[in-house]
Design a protein around this ligand. Structure first.
Ligand SMILES: [Zn+2]
Ligand SMILES: [Zn+2]
Length: 349
């Protein structure tokens, strides 16, 4: 066992506190990663606060992990000591179901092992990236190409793949009209990636407050959803709308912005149910769909794509003692566009 410094939630309502946790001894296929940076994802907060169901405490969140391989098990072939690597939302899956066999481990039928708050193969609850080290089986560790700095790479492991996967699946590219709803942690990645894929990109945001940022990040157009004229101007415009907002939206209004065969895809996950009028789908053979992160192979593809196109997240780097403040700012949508924790500051208390 390796005892490492970490930050943990100890109850749904309390701030995170510095702590020490144990990482398992290296099995033959395990990789020990010295974490350099960990992104703060909205899911960390939802999970720690019990919004998505009861959590097991203490809980060390963090599933946007970038670091360096410190040690490898005897049978590891995919990674070597000193490699730049990342870990996202999953650390294992059944590997045998149809979805796993297709490389879609995020949709593992019996259920995959999440990076934190899941019960792993060893029966222990997994603990995430708000710590100095993590042990992960080699197949769930991806390579971060030299072209991306580790701090701006960390958020790609969740926010990057969450937006890359639906953009690829629904064919974003030259000649396609793509809209991104919401310009936050997910949205800003969707804009950068869709732009790099060659699509014409429109941001649909509540206000025009972040318009300059949106255009700088690669958007061609920027519209406020608070302006009713937006929904008139953009009727039947888009082939794909990626909705990154994790609060309910007016689904029908957004569906009517889709061209023939267009798809509205949710990657944000509102806790409340949403309703829609089926006529909004019928009129234009439209689809309303969802998408959740991406498989390991696709995550590697996304990192390679981002390196090739010089894409990283826009980040605000913080020390560990500012995590609680950062969480409050995430909840207030006061971040441009991702907090990343410097893991060197997980010092002993
Ligand atoms: Zn996440
Ligand atoms: Zn499976």
């Amino acid at each position: 066992m390796l005892t490492v410094n970490a930050y943990a939630a100890t109850a749904a309502t309390d701030p995170l506190v510095p702590t020490a946790i144990e990482r398992r001894d290296l099995g033959p296929h395990d990789v020990l990663i010295e974490i350099k940076y960990a992104g703060i994802c909205h899911s960390d907060i939802h999970t720690a606060r019990g919004d998505w169901g009861p959590a097991a405490y203490p809980l060390v969140p963090g599933h946007e992990i970038a670091g360096i391989v410190a040690e490898v098990g005897a049978a590891v072939t995919r990674h070597a000591v000193g490699d730049r690597v990342g870990v996202g939302c999953m650390v294992d899956s059944c590997r045998e179901c149809d979805n796993c066999r297709q490389g879609e481990e995020q949709y593992c039928v019996p259920g995959n092992t999440l990076t934190y708050g899941s019960v792993g193969a060893d029966g222990e609850v997994t603990q995430g990236g708000y710590s100095t080290h993590i042990v992960v089986t080699e197949d769930f560790v991806v390579t971060i190409p030299d072209g991306i700095a580790l701090d701006v790479a960390a958020p790609l492991l969740c926010a990057g793949i969450t937006t890359y996967s639906p953009l690829r699946h629904w064919g974003a590219g030259p000649g396609k009209q793509v809209a991104v709803v919401g310009l936050g942690g997910l949205g800003h990645m969707a804009v950068k990636i869709a732009h790099a894929m060659g699509a014409e990109v429109t941001v649909l945001s509540q206000s025009l407050r972040k318009r300059d940022d949106g255009l700088r990040l690669g958007a061609d157009h920027y519209h406020a959803t608070s302006d009713p004229q937006t929904f008139k101007t953009l009727t039947r415009r888009f082939d794909l709308i990626v909705n990154t907002v994790s609060a309910p939206i007016d689904v029908d209004r957004h569906l009517r912005l889709l061209a023939l065969d267009g798809a509205l895809v949710n990657v944000g996950a509102p806790a409340e149910p949403m309703t829609l009028n089926v006529f909004s789908l019928l009129a234009g053979r439209r689809s309303y769909a969802g998408s959740m992160i991406g498989g390991i192979r696709e995550t590697q593809e996304m990192l390679d794509f981002c390196a090739e196109h010089g894409i990283g997240a826009e980040i605000e780097l913080i020390d560990a003692d500012r995590i609680n403040e950062a969480w409050e700012r995430v909840l207030a949508s006061d971040v441009r566009y991702r907090f990343v924790i410097d893991a060197a500051t997980f010092t002993e208390r």
